[in-house]
Design a protein around this ligand. Structure first.
Ligand code: ATP
Ligand code: MG
Length: 267
């Protein structure tokens, strides 16, 4: 929470398909941005609380979490916790966040609550990353309304495109209703295996379909990335020289360069 910047860029990491690398990206892109001198807040917006655990905080229903920020008006400032990485902070989640969607459902501003809360802390960070649950639910909608852009991780597998079109349709709807400037930060290929034709085929298909909306950086399938969360550490601490760590540093560079060209450059 170092006040060294103007206004944070808010990036939602979303794909309603499960297990595509959203949380791995939230943790490790967050750490990579922080290591590149960017003060970064990761908001765990998923009741599974995998980002919280992967940053070294045990799941604990008695600890204040993003739930209290949304529903009890606890300032996000008070919820942000330090992590083992300098300049990297996390607002933790916990499983009761599931109930928030029901409690918010009848509020007229139900899709805008997160945006209102983040507006208050925007000046304190360079980047705010929102790790979304695997659903196009009210939590994800709140994240997309609050965000400047969305980063879409796509796993290199059959049916990789499944869901991406639906997500892009949702973006169009949100641009019309709440957030006209919502951009696509980029489509990120995850778990890329250079040795398989399938990985190359998925990459070629995505490039054909989405052109330069696809990040140049590829995240390789890397066992160290899968191991790191059980040690409560981002990859940059767990194994800073592995290919997974290098790829997230490269992604951070691509996003910082992209940001310097101005919002919406990739929209
Ligand atoms: N590049 C990678 N190489 C190897 N394993 C990976 C990689 N990225 C993610 N994984 C593993 O794949 C699984 C799913 O990843 P992750 O939890 O990041 O996906 P997710 O999209 O957040 O899932 P959910 O939709 O459940 O929130 C995890 O076990 C994770 O450790
Ligand atoms: Mg996740």
């Amino acid at each position: 929470m170092i006040s060294n910047s103007a206004v944070a860029r808010i990036i939602a990491i979303a794909n309603q398909k499960g297990g595509v690398g959203k949380t791995t990206t939230a943790i490790n892109l967050g750490a990579a941005l922080a290591s590149r001198e960017m003060s970064t807040l990761v908001v765990d917006f998923d009741p599974q609380a995998n980002t919280t655990a992967g940053m070294g905080y045990q799941r604990d229903p008695t600890r204040r979490s993003v739930y209290q920020g949304l529903l009890n008006d606890v300032p996000f400032d008070d919820l942000a916790l330090k992590t083992p990485v300098d300049r990297l902070f996390i607002v933790p989640s916990e499983k009761n966040l599931v109930g928030a969607t029901l409690e918010l459902a009848n509020r007229p501003d139900r899709e805008q609550i997160l945006r209102q809360k983040l507006e208050l802390i925007r000046s304190q960070y360079n980047f705010i990353l929102l790790d979304c649950p695997p659903a196009l639910d009210l939590l994800t909608l709140n994240a997309l309304v609050a965000a400047d852009s969305v980063l879409i991780p796509v796993q290199c597998e059959y049916f990789a495109l499944e869901g991406v079109s639906e997500l892009l349709d949702t973006l169009i709807r949100i641009r019309r209703s709440h957030n006209p400037k919502l951009a696509v930060e980029g489509i990120l290929l995850t778990m890329f295996d250079d040795r398989t034709n399938l990985s190359h085929q998925v990459r070629d298909d995505l490039k054909d379909f989405f052109g330069d909306q696809v990040f140049d950086t590829l995240i390789p399938r890397n066992v160290r990335l899968a191991e790191a969360p059980s040690h409560g550490q981002p990859i940059l601490l767990y194994d800073p020289t592995c290919r997974g760590a290098e790829s997230y540093l490269q992604l951070a560079k691509e996003i910082i360069d992209h940001d310097s060209k101005g919002p919406g450059a990739r929209a």
